[in-house]
Write a protein that binds this ligand. Structure first.
Ligand code: SF4
Length: 189
């Protein structure tokens, strides 16, 4: 495992340049999800809705600080979200950590943003049905649990050279990339 970590840390900086439409494709559904989440929670309490959006922004900044700074797409235009560039403008690069470990340790910061609105909505809908809340929740869930993961898997992360390190991707894909990954490492040694 130690050897694997050493290899991971030598993964070269990605030279790919992501088209701007892909950056929008990645960020617009997330933005829509945040707004819907705020509206859903706002049905319970306006201040809680505002708190949700503040937390959502905070969680993204945390992601830039803790995860993107360990990614080989940090400070490159290869990052499909554009986060790699933003992270580099605010935070210094961190070294010598295994990306998969870092990702697993910090990704839970995003969980409340994804799960609190639908859970709260079910509670509110059971208490008293509202078509507005129902539709907002359907839309939120479609973005959060179908569209955003689908965009990642079939477009954004499809050709990422960091797939072997990313717990987000399927095991089958990780095995395929591992072969390329070893080849890349041998080339730079
Ligand atoms: S690929 Fe993911 S972890 Fe890497 S810089 Fe982009 S958003 Fe951050």
């Amino acid at each position: 495992m130690q050897g694997e970590k050493a290899i991971v840390n030598r993964l070269p900086k990605c030279e790919k340049v992501i088209p701007i439409w892909l950056v929008f494709l990645n960020n617009l559904p997330t933005l829509g999800m945040f707004v819907l989440g705020m509206l859903i929670i706002g049905q319970f309490n306006t201040l809680a809705g505002v708190g949700y959006i503040i937390y959502a922004v905070f969680s993204i900044i945390w992601f830039w600080a803790r995860i993107c700074t360990q990614c080989h797409q940090y400070a490159t235009k290869a990052c499909p979200c554009g986060y790699g560039v933003i992270s580099a403008m605010i935070f210094k690069k961190k070294q010598n950590k295994n990306f998969a470990d870092v990702f697993r340790r910090h990704i839970s910061i995003l969980f409340p943003v994804w799960f609190i609105p639908p859970i709260l909505s079910v509670y509110l809908l059971v208490k008293g049905f509202s078509l507005y809340l129902f539709l907002a929740t359907i839309l939120f869930s479609t973005l959060a649990f179908i569209l955003i993961p689908l965009i990642s898997k079939i477009v954004s992360c499809k050709d990422c050279t960091n797939k072997a390190q990313c717990p987000w991707m399927k095991k089958k894909e990780i095995r395929i990339i591992d072969k390329d990954f070893v080849n890349t490492t041998q080339k730079i040694e």
